[in-house]
Design a protein around this ligand. Structure first.
Ligand SMILES: [Zn+2]
Length: 273
């Protein structure tokens, strides 16, 4: 994409140290820039362009298309639809802002703040995305459901703290473990216990979590660029693969939640006695 002739790009060694997080991406670094010049970088080729558009384009598609498929009027608890919609949008917003402005003249302080914002978006899809799943799984146990929602929110607050203050990709991925284990417990309760939900949604939620975890691992091990450093500088590197897997994961969350919302309309909890 060359709509605008950008500045001279830098090699890995010439970029500020806090931007040297992938030693296998050798070229295409934007110089430190003003906010205006960061925005101009949307229109010329550099090594963050793929990261910006792999979340920027899905953001606009989700913004417009998701409301068309969400059954706003057919669900008793309308908050579920709102929470789900916001959950699907959060990670792409934080990510685009981070990737566009990461080379801002404000330096490392601005970079760290933006990275925390990016992680906060990922935390929100984890947290908000799971609330409808908890609500539906424990539909017939209102008291337990209140407690579970409360526990999950406290757990999520801890995850948000860990993810936004973590200094390495490994620690960032670890921050999500407790939320993931909680969701896994819910899935088990649906399979083995008295949890309820559409018979089709569980498979979709398991695929959702698998895609997110595999994407996070690919980002940590920096494949494929570690095998041929320099070849994937602009396109096809591990971070972009993770971005695409995160988008697929959100789509599976959406499909699973739609299944549950369609199912909940006709389900009656068994009455005692
Ligand atoms: Zn990213």
């Amino acid at each position: 994409m060359v709509l605008y002739k950008g500045p001279r790009l830098l090699d890995f060694a010439k970029t500020p140290q806090y931007l040297q997080f992938n030693k296998y991406v050798l070229t295409g670094y934007r110089p430190v820039s003003t906010a205006k010049d960061c925005l101009r970088s949307l229109f010329y080729m550099h090594n963050e362009l793929g990261n910006i558009y792999t979340h920027g384009i899905p953001f606009f598609l989700f913004l417009v298309l998701l409301p068309l498929s969400i059954p706003w009027m057919e669900v008793d608890s309308a908050w579920i639809c709102v929470v789900h919609y916001v959950a699907c949008l959060c990670p792409t917003v934080g990510s685009v802002v981070y990737h566009v402005f990461m080379n801002h003249v404000g330096g490392e302080h601005v970079y760290d703040t933006l990275l925390s914002l990016d992680m906060f978006g990922v935390c929100l899809v984890n947290t908000l995305g799971a609330l409808p799943i908890i609500h539906i799984t424990l539909l017939c146990y209102p008291a337990t459901r209140q407690t579970a929602l409360l526990v999950y929110i406290v757990l999520s607050a801890y995850s948000i703290y860990c993810a936004t203050t973590a200094r390495t990709n490994v620690l960032r991925l670890q921050a999500f473990i407790w939320q993931a284990l909680f969701r896994f417990g819910l899935f088990l309760f649906r399979v083995l216990g008295s949890g309820v939900g559409s018979p089709n949604s569980l498979r979709l939620f398991v695929i959702m979590d698998t895609l997110a975890v595999v994407g996070g691992l690919i980002n940590i091990i920096q494949i494929p660029e570690r095998f041929i450093p320099g070849l994937f500088d602009n396109w096809g590197n591990s971070h972009q693969i993770m971005h695409v897997m995160v988008i697929c994961s959100i789509i599976y969350l959406h499909w699973g939640t739609l299944e549950d919302l369609a199912w909940i309309r006709t389900y009656q909890c068994p009455t005692e006695g």
